[in-house]
Design a protein. Structure first.
Length: 141
């Protein structure tokens, strides 16, 4: 049975992390799990690469969905999931930067510089900033 205890919304060491990081993990987790597919349908130029490859698209969407589920789980106690958060942050950042180079080289992919490229770079930077060891360690003491 869900609790109506308002203290559940307050970050503390027992819950395992600062509220901004927990919110970011939930937002990224939900987006990766449920939001990427709709984005590819609503704005394929900004969130897909040409020529379309159904097999690749299914594979990458499934991979991001699984990562999203694990980020949602990590949002409960971020301090206990530092490696997963670091992987999500660095892989998103590097993925976005590689796609940026590809979009600069291939003029037909320039719309991605307004879609998935900045989205991944922002996710990477936000998770890196919010999960700095100094931010998490203050919640553990």
């Amino acid at each position: 049975m869900p609790s109506n205890d308002p203290s559940l919304l307050q970050p503390n060491a027992e819950q395992g992390g600062p509220l901004p990081l927990r919110i970011a993990l939930i937002m990224v987790g939900l987006t990766y799990t449920f939001g990427l597919y709709p984005l590819t349908v609503l704005w394929p130029d900004g969130f897909m690469w040409m020529p379309r490859q159904a097999e690749y698209e299914q594979m990458i969407l499934a991979t991001f969905a699984v990562l999203g589920v694990f980020l949602l789980l990590a949002s409960r106690q971020p301090a206990q999931h530092r490696s997963l958060i670091a992987f999500a942050a660095w892989s998103s950042l590097v993925h976005g930067l590689v796609m940026l180079v590809q979009a600069l080289v291939d003029p037909s992919e320039r719309a991605n510089m307004l879609g998935d490229v900045p989205a991944l770079v922002v996710v990477g930077i936000v998770l890196l900033v919010l999960s700095r060891p100094s931010r998490l360690s203050t919640q553990e003491s």
